[in-house]
Design a protein around this ligand. Structure first.
Ligand code: NDP
Length: 280
């Protein structure tokens, strides 16, 4: 029968449960956009952060601000160029991050798989190569990230939290957008989360999805708006709180999923979408 995991909520106060003190958290897609914003969240919650991204270097200005913030709290940040679709690269980079974290006395104990791509193509015109490219980054890349992190967590024997950035697009098909491959990829991420959660729970490894929605201003969505400015009206129609999202809206939900505050959550989805799905 499964070995029960610890129940930290019996012994720790709420502010402690929500903090990331003494932990190192990795974030793929952490070179900019939502991933970079989550790097700030980790530092603000007291954790060390390691960002991985296919970009050779992170967004310069934001990285300088992150470094400043980390210095004030005596925390460390590191950047690793990594293509998450390469198993070798992902393995090497995560193992380096885990070793450095152990040396520092702040074990690698959480990861956010945030790297993702999007493409607007009418379904009748989608060719197999483009379709598979989206699936490769969003599904295979998230899987390889989660798998390697889980392998390290199993070896460390201290559990861990894996947060897969999915999307409300994995649950509903947005009107006005032509992103069949993206929607299919994010649905796959939801089911992958439930599957690995049931395999890894006995190791104390929790896996949850965080589903952002509608719509977060980053380079990814700016490209959609540039191509079709009309789409903003469609998005606003479902915005129950009267506004679209910003990267900052996901900082506290992500920290919650990474922290002991969510220690009895696994295989779950945390949808943060300004009410969009509720009104769809
Ligand atoms: P951005 O494009 O701003 O950031 C994504 C980052 O991931 C980029 O730096 C990108 O690099 C990188 N990346 C792409 N492919 C790989 C790869 N193979 N290996 C490593 N890194 C890679 O997007 P967002 O910040 O907006 O999105 C982050 C996540 O949030 C994605 O998973 C997205 O699907 C999800 N999401 C976003 C929403 C939004 O409204 N913005 C809504 C719902 C979900 P490059 O630019 O070179 O491709």
């Amino acid at each position: 029968s499964p070995t029960p995991t610890q129940n930290p909520s019996q012994t720790q106060s709420v502010p402690y449960l929500f903090a990331l003190h003494g932990k190192t958290i990795a974030i793929t897609g952490g070179g900019r956009g939502l991933g970079m914003s989550l790097a700030f969240a980790v530092i603000e919650a007291g954790g060390h952060v390691a960002c991985l991204d296919i970009l050779p270097a992170p967004s310069e200005q934001e990285w300088a601000s992150l470094q400043k913030l980390a210095n004030v709290s005596n925390l460390t940040i590191s950047y690793h160029q990594c293509d998450v679709t390469s198993e070798i690269e992902t393995t090497n980079k995560l193992e380096t991050i885990a070793q450095e974290a152990t040396t520092k006395g702040a074990p690698f104990s959480g990861i956010v798989a945030c790297a993702g791509i999007q493409q607007q193509v009418p379904a009748l015109e989608y060719d197999a190569q483009d379709f598979e490219r989206i699936l490769r980054v969003n599904v295979t890349g998230s899987f390889l990230t989660a798998k390697r992190a889980a392998r390290i967590f199993v070896d460390q024997k201290q559990g861990g939290s894996i947060v897969l950035i999915a999307s409300m697009s994995g649950q509903i098909a947005n009107r006005g957008l032509t992103c069949t491959a993206y929607n299919a990829s994010k649905s796959a991420v939801h089911q992958m989360c439930r599957s690995v959660a049931q395999e890894w729970g006995t190791h104390g490894i929790r896996v949850n999805t965080l589903s952002p929605g509608q719509y977060i201003k980053t380079d990814m969505t700016n490209a959609l708006l540039d191509a079709n400015p009309e789409v903003e009206k469609i998005w606003m129609a479902g915005a129950l709180l009267g506004r679209l999202g910003t990267p900052e809206d996901f900082k506290a939900p992500a920290v919650f999923l990474l922290s002991e505050g969510s220690s009895f959550m696994t295989g779950a989805d945390l949808r943060v979408d300004g009410g969009h799905c509720a009104s769809a």
